[in-house]
Design a protein around this ligand. Structure first.
Ligand code: NAD
Length: 516
């Protein structure tokens, strides 16, 4: 039976896959109701080390099995993910409090990532010839070796899709994974992992551990050959420091304070409809969600009226079907943070155009989608990520001013430009300091473009997931160069004296014919 909170016994059956030898548990609360969802078994440091040792053995065989085997297994997992979609959406909604529609986005994105890397890994990682240092005298090839164990540390907000967007390319490249799940996201991860195990991924190859971030997350970094982290900028900085101390690579997908620019040539109603989704999908608990709107004065009044009316019309509630537009925040800590940002802004003079209050009659963590005006730099929510359903509208006098203010942030993750002219928006997109720019969309254009890199500039991160970049993170390149024996390279002063003239002629000739 689907379309309901995940049954506690089923939840506890899934969580038996957590790598643990102990009996400690964490009580996980369902955001829709505040009731106990399940008891999550917690791992100890020794469990992480044991899981890593087993993963290393499993990785050796997985790597040796080759691309074709991995492709078949991952494509089967793709089908099983789709078959179990209702269960997966139940798990995601039960843990996060998001709507059915936004839970579907996670399943869609997870399946996309699985198919994409199953099919493209071999092509991207095929060994190939590169231009040799001295043509004819040498031949050079590059091949790729999986890192070994990839540590994946994931947050609670998109527990299924963000996990698969990192785990699948790591597996497709021939690695093992030791994953630290956020306690509030473990169920969605384990429910999706089951599809991969049933499809033929050895259980030991993809270990999932849970527990305190600083203890168990650190243990994961300490056993990994590479770490990819998704979470806050504060924690990401610690992860980077730990990885640096071990001289392993890291990719960091961190926070944002994402701007949306509304130009004076938009259709205000259409722009408002798209902007609402961009700000309030998953209750703004989305790294690429919009929290700042810069609207040109000529359309500001009309856009704001349309926007506010649409926000007020959003249907909010705890439903396991597609009958609601927005759901709940995920935890009491999130509710506290959102309330703190709103009351600080109001105390300092911001105007609430919509929302601004909790909705305890809907559930313990519900808060209304909130639109603020007159937000000034001294307010908490002006420059800091709220990570919730709060957006500030600012009026600007020109597109140039909008660009300057959009870029005036320590973050640079996502951004958006709405315009009646895609060509005009494209020209402005080039001036935005962010890893992604969406034109006439909030975030779904870039987020669903699984073939294109996703990541942040400035304090929004390091490295990229998705696309070629997303799998090249997980391999070491190895250059093999061989002497052909056609010409012997100079080894003595006399041999140099004989050959340098010819070699200089070669350099001049290569430049003359435009060769790289
Ligand atoms: P968080 O940084 O608190 O936690 C993320 C993960 O790190 C959790 O699994 C946590 O247990 C673990 N962790 C905590 N301390 C650790 C440590 N010292 N070492 C290793 N691991 C540790 O973040 P959160 O509150 O779960 O997620 C919200 C944040 O994540 C927001 O800032 C959001 O913007 C960001 N985020 C970014 C992306 C992206 O792709 N750029 C995606 C989703 C979320």
């Amino acid at each position: 039976m689907h379309g309901m909170t995940l049954d506690r016994s089923l939840a506890e059956e899934l969580t038996r896959a957590i790598s643990t030898s102990g009996t400690d548990t964490a009580t996980i609360i369902a955001p829709f109701t505040g009731e106990i969802l399940h008891e999550l078994p917690l791992s100890k440091i020794a469990d992480v080390e044991d899981a890593a040792a087993a993963a290393r053995v499993a990785q050796s065989a997985w790597r040796a099995a080759g691309f074709e085997h991995r492709r078949r297994v991952l494509l089967r997992a793709h089908d099983l993910l789709l078959e179990s979609r209702e269960l997966l959406m139940d798990a995601v909604q039960s843990e996060t409090g998001k709507t059915r529609g936004q839970a579907f986005e996670e399943v869609f994105q997870g399946a996309q990532a699985t198919r994409y890397y199953a099919v493209s890994a071999e092509r991207v990682l095929a060994s190939h010839r590169r231009r040799a240092g001295i043509p004819l005298v040498m031949q050079t090839r590059v091949s790729f070796k999986p890192k070994g164990i990839v540590g994946v540390i994931t947050p609670w907000n998109f527990p299924l899709s963000l996990s698969l967007m990192d785990v699948v390319p790591a597996l497709a490249a021939g690695n093992a994974v030791v994953q630290k799940a956020d306690n509030q996201g473990a169920l969605s991860i384990l429910a999706s992992r089951k599809a991969f195990i049933d499809a033929g991924v050895p259980a030991a190859l993809w270990a999932v551990v849970a527990g305190d971030g600083s203890e168990i997350g650190t243990a994961v970094i300490d056993c990994a050959d590479y770490v990819c982290f998704t979470g806050s900028t504060a924690t990401g900085t610690k992860v980077a420091e730990r990885a640096a101390s071990r001289l392993i690579g890291a990719s960091l997908e961190l926070g944002g304070k994402n701007p949306l620019i509304v130009l004076d040539d938009v259709d205000p109603a259409e722009a408002a409809a798209n902007a609402v989704y961009a700000c309030f999908s998953s209750m703004g608990q989305l790294c690429v969600s919009i929290e700042r709107i810069y609207v040109q004065r000529a359309v500001a009044a009309q856009f704001t009226d349309e926007f506010v009316a649409r926000v007020k019309a959003l249907k909010q509630g705890a439903a396991f079907d597609y009958s609601t537009d927005v759901g709940s925040l995920t935890s009491p800590a999130q509710l506290e943070r959102v309330q703190a940002h709103v009351s600080d802004a109001v105390a300092k003079g911001a105007r609430v155009l919509a929302g601004g209050v909790a909705r305890p009659e809907l559930g313990p963590m519900f808060f209304e989608p909130t639109v603020l005006a007159d937000v000034t730099d001294d307010m908490e929510c002006a420059a800091n990520e709220t990570f919730g359903p709060v957006v500030a509208i600012h009026i600007v006098d020109s597109a140039d001013e909008a660009i300057v203010r959009a870029n005036d942030s320590e973050f640079g993750l996502n951004s958006s430009i709405f315009s009646g002219s895609r060509a005009r928006a494209r020209r402005l997109a080039d001036r935005i300091d962010a890893g992604s720019v969406n034109i006439n969309e909030g975030y779904r254009g870039s987020f669903s473009s699984i073939d294109a890199p996703m990541g942040g500039m400035k304090k929004s991160g390091l490295g990229r997931r998705n696309g070629r970049e997303g799998i090249l993170r997980f391999v070491e390149s190895r250059t093999v160069s061989e002497a052909t024996g056609l010409v012997t390279l100079p080894r003595s002063g006399a041999e140099f004296a004989a050959l340098t003239g010819t070699m200089l002629v070669v350099l001049v000739a290569l430049k003359a014919i435009g060769r790289r």
